[in-house]
Write a protein that binds this ligand. Sequence first.
Ligand SMILES: Nc1ncnc2c1ncn2[C@@H]1O[C@H](COP(=O)(O)OP(=O)(O)O)[C@@H](O)[C@H]1O
Ligand SMILES: [Mg+2]
Ligand SMILES: [Zn+2]
Length: 460
Amino acid sequence: MKDDDAVVVIDTRGCDDHDDDDNCLNQLEHRQINQNELDGYVYRGEGNANLVISLPSTRSVLRFRKLTLDYDDENHNDNYKKKINFEMKFYNKFIKKHMNGFSSVGELIYCPTNIIDDWNIKVEGLRPEQRKNKYIYENIAMKLPDYSLLPEYLDDNLTRKSNYCIEIKPKQGFVPEGDRFIEKCPYCLTQFYKLAVEKIKETSKYCPCDLFSGDEKRMKKAIFNLVDSPQNNLILFKDGTRIWGDGYHRDELKRLLTECFSSDDKVEDKLCNLIIKALLRPLSKPSIFLNNNNSLKKYHNNLFEYYNINLTKFNNFIENKKCNFQYNYLQEGCVLDKLYKLQKLHDTNLYEIYNIYQKYSNINNVNLYFDNNVNDDIIRLRNYLLFSTARDCSILFSFRKIDLCDLSKYPASNVISSQDQSHHFVFNIGVTDLDPKNLESIKKHHQQFINSINAINIIN
Ligand SMILES: Nc1ncnc2c1ncn2[C@@H]1O[C@H](COP(=O)(O)OP(=O)(O)O)[C@@H](O)[C@H]1O
Ligand SMILES: [Mg+2]
Ligand SMILES: [Zn+2]
């Protein structure tokens, strides 16, 4: 277990050139979309906050911020510029440094959706019902590489094989000591809530702690369980088109993988091995971590009472379904290691964070993230929010089968071969959805925890 190392933490205090906010307002560089960039554009997908279309002619995507109808029209534009400016600074200060090699800043593009041909048919017509509560968009979108496709330098497509991509939302793989007073991780706990409110028909067996464990056996179990119950956390794309995910049949996946691997032998097994190798491959320089002297060592000692948890009942309920908080070594510079370290910034517990939040709920986001002279409480809030960003992102692993004779044409770091050396793949990994979180999300997370505990009390 590597976890007994001194707690290491990214220094989130300073070393940032502190731009004056208003100064930056007018410096937002953006250009208008060229009509030819939109050739053959396709709806890609969306989450709660953004809607994404792909631009196949440039191997990129446009990410539009979705809005609710009640946004303040008058000040909206200024506020939006401030927000983008804030997000760019956030990216430059935290993400660029600590997710280097896996994400890029993007380019701002002026692009009102009403100038895009057939938006209603090609986008609105394909949106899932449950996402349609928001249906207007900012007119400045972020143009990013399309991580479902290999970057051009890895893609001469000598074999003319399809370009596949697996998207995984890994969720919370690291659980701080202070949150281990119950032996269920937050992701697994939330499953009970989803079951109680009938968002899902059965709980998923996927545990993020297994995926981040670095133990190949447990990682394999995690990926199998994701395949078993993908919910919103595993999607398969082929040449940029979603071909499998939640709601699709398992047999269909087997058929698709048979085509992908040009073999029908243990294809799910093959997929798991491939994903594990990719997630553990160091593709980037290790993060710079500094020792953190602030970690809170004393926790509230009666959280059971505070949250109204009857431990005996709880343990009876989860029996045999405890989450495993043991971690092995993760190769430095692999995508899991990067995300794990960002998540590890949160080293107190949710209860403490919620209490600190209540003290500082009026602090603005700019000070929260960018002030250099802040106390330990603010550092804890900041670290918690960075942890939340790393918890909610997506990993996009794209790959293409290559022939043995072409192996040497690709950088060795981007090639994976099967154990028996019969299959070879060139691959890349990108991480998206690394946006800054608002302070208010702490309130939401705390409520989510309470809801999950209550759900167990009800089911129990
Ligand atoms: N750079 C990208 N390359 C490829 N696909 C992307 C990219 N960014 C987003 N997507 C796709 O669009 C979906 C929604 O985008 P996301 O950024 O996660 O939105 P939200 O912030 O609302 O969760 C993702 O789950 C992913 O499938
Ligand atoms: Mg998302
Ligand atoms: Zn778990």
